[in-house]
Design a protein around this ligand. Sequence first.
Ligand SMILES: [Cu+2]
Length: 152
Amino acid sequence: MEQTAKPAEAPKPKSRTMLLAVIIVVILVVVGVGAYILTRGPSTPANNGTPVSIYDGRNGATCSSAANCGFSPSTLNVKIGTNNTVTWTNNGAIPHTVTSNQTANGSLPSFNSGSGGLSSGQQYTYTFTQAGTYHYYCSFHVWMQAVVIVSS
Ligand SMILES: [Cu+2]
């Protein structure tokens, strides 16, 4: 009776396996906490300037005329150094823009929330630093028009 002797298996050091397990757990915890911090978002709105609400959906139509959608207040008075940072919030259902009307505003500084528009719930903030009457509109729905009157 001949049996090949099994090669002696090297005993696995238990402490090494434990260490590996601990390292893996630590990595998972760090990644989990990191992902939580990155995805929870700010607890308070980032933009809290003088508020203007963008609305739509009135009279059963999303935004077919000035009767359905617009900016509220449609005329806003602000004073430089007091409340000249304005935050628009899209409280409507569809995207809108906040776009200065340079034809009406002439050489006054321009502002624009971006060509892609603000989705529902998104905000745009602009600080007025020069006195004047600023006409603006939504580039998607040009009948949405409003004014910010800035005094020094
Ligand atoms: Cu619009």
